[in-house]
Each structure stands twice: as C-alpha cells, then as structure tokens.
Design a protein. Structure first.
Length: 154
C-alpha cells in the first residue's frame, strides 16, 4: 500500500509543479485518483503526509531553496551494474519533486545495493522509499509499514 501512496504523491506533486494547484484543482485530482483505482484511504494518507511534511519543513525548504537545483549525482560503475536506468530515473524524479533530498538519495542507493539482488528495479526503489518516508524510525529495525493495509471501518 505504501508504494501506491508514493505513486499518489508523485502525481500530486507533478500536478502542483505544472499548475497553480488551487483547492478546486486538488479536489478534481482526488476524484481522478479515485477513478484510477486508488482508495480514499491511500489518497487521504498521501495528502496528510504531504501536508504534515510541508508544515514541518517550511523553514528548511525556504532556507535550502535552490541549493542543489542544478546538480545531480552520477552513479558509480558498480551502482550502474546493479540499479536499472528506470530505477535510477525514478530516484531522480523523486528528488526533482523534492519528495527526497540528497541525503535520502544516498540512503536509497545504499539500501538498494544492500538488497543483494543482481538488478534493482523501480518496484524495489518504491519499497525502499516507502519504508523510509512512512516509517523512518523503524526502517532500520525491519518495520516497514506505517499504514494498515486493511482500513478499519467503524
């Protein structure tokens, strides 16, 4: 479920970047996400996470605005042999949308190499990023989910 929330965050941030995201447009975006098969819980979780991050990181975002905007990281030969171009492109997309920062990129790449697989694909990166974003305290302890996969209805 967390990787689906990452997908929603990407769609929301892409929409915000390409237009002046007014509340009416975000409401239309929510309806569009429902039509695409995302649940209300997933959409709500994505918006909640985004709003809480914006609330907590406002000062940091203003201070660091544009600090590394024109720079990018090039993969080492070993990283290139393991991480597919699509997976690295996904990491770059997350960085450009500011879902992750430079330190997060390094963390994701380190975790990707530690997976012990011959090739790291986009789905692997989604899982790493979801675990990092939604449960940063428990990530090192093997706890990977912040949200229940089955919403409880009272």
């Amino acid at each position: 479920m967390n990787d689906r929330i990452i997908d929603i965050l990407i769609l929301i941030l892409s929409e915000i970047r390409k237009s002046d995201a007014r509340p009416a447009k975000l409401e239309l975006l929510s309806k569009d996400l429902l039509k695409k098969g995302y649940t209300e819980t997933e959409i709500s979780s994505a918006f909640s996470w985004l709003l809480s991050r914006l609330k907590n990181d406002t000062e940091e975002i203003v201070q660091n605005q544009g600090a590394f905007k024109n720079s990018f990281r090039i993969l080492h030969e070993i990283e290139q042999s393991v991480i597919t171009p699509e997976a690295y492109g996904y990491i770059v997309q997350l960085r450009e949308l500011e879902l992750i920062n430079e330190m997060d990129v390094e963390f994701v790449l380190e975790r990707a190499l530690m997976l012990g697989v011959s090739k790291v694909h986009v789905s692997d990166i989604k899982n790493i990023v979801a675990a990092m974003l939604f449960n940063p305290e428990g990530f090192g302890n093997g706890a990977y989910l912040m949200f229940d996969t089955q919403p409880i209805i009272h």
